[in-house]
Unconditional design. Structure first.
Length: 256
């Protein structure tokens, strides 16, 4: 069964114009800032409804709008970037610090869920540390759902990630979102942290990073600094060569 795809970035696909079958009981929300999210769309369990979150709008509001028109859902899956105690949903970063701000909206999710329904958060480190565990616990209390999230890297195994949601409240009974093959095909991680390359002698107006080149094996980066001062030569410009630990770089989703 091929279920419809809702895309918040396209006004023609709003929920009022999409009358979905009442037999749908699982829904997956995907933040479109996730790298290669198209691979995930193609690989998600075909029994799921899929909704893309517009990265330029508040993702909590988008999810709430969709769930206001659903009922009898047994599981809600949310794929996004994450960090300790927080999930990035569009322009909103839902975290332990602002759950109270969204309490009214989150409580409304209950109307779309069956008793004992599951909310699964796929994002790196969302449940990590005390803040992460408290976030998962509090979200479960507000929505009255069983909540699961990861306390480590989420994504491709070769990059140090996995798809296991190690921290759970209640009993998670949700169906598998991605097959093993699909998990292996997604070549990224769902985190917000990135590795920085910094010029050891950089100055404010050097334009360091104006141009960047990466070797084919990913182990060497050439970074231009267009207006770098070299000796007594003002604004001469220079280039920096970095030898990279490619595993560490990939674990943090690249360079910024």
């Amino acid at each position: 069964m091929n279920l419809p795809l809702n895309n918040f970035s396209n006004p023609e696909n709003n929920v009022e114009q999409k009358q979905l079958k009442t037999s749908i009981n699982s829904i997956a929300f995907i933040d479109t800032t996730v790298p290669d999210y198209q691979t995930l769309i193609a690989a998600i369990n075909p029994e799921f409804e899929i909704v893309l979150l517009d990265s330029t709008r508040d993702g909590v509001e988008q999810i709430s709008s969709i769930l206001a028109n659903r009922n009898k859902l047994t599981s809600v899956h949310i794929i996004s970037h994450g960090r300790d105690g927080a999930a990035q949903l569009g322009t909103a970063q839902l975290s332990l610090n602002n759950l109270d701000k969204y309490t009214n909206q989150l409580q409304q999710w209950k109307s779309a869920l069956t008793k004992g329904a599951d909310i699964l958060l796929y994002g790196c480190d969302i449940a990590a540390g005390d803040a992460g565990k408290a976030f998962v616990q509090r979200l479960g209390e507000i929505t009255q759902a069983d909540v699961a999230a990861s306390d480590d890297l989420t994504g491709n195994k070769l990059l140090g990630g996995d798809w296991e949601l190690e921290v759970q409240t209640g009993q998670i009974k949700a169906p598998l979102l991605l097959s093993q093959k699909a998990q292996e095909a997604f070549l990224a991680l769902l985190n917000t942290q990135q590795t920085k390359l910094i010029a050891s002698d950089g100055a404010g107006n050097d334009w360091f990073g104006n141009s960047v080149a990466i070797s084919s094996d990913g182990n060497t980066a050439l970074v231009g600094s267009r207006l770098d001062d070299t000796g007594s030569n003002s604004n001469q410009g220079s280039a920096y060569i970095f030898k990279l630990n490619v595993t560490a770089i990939l674990r943090s989703l690249g360079l910024d």
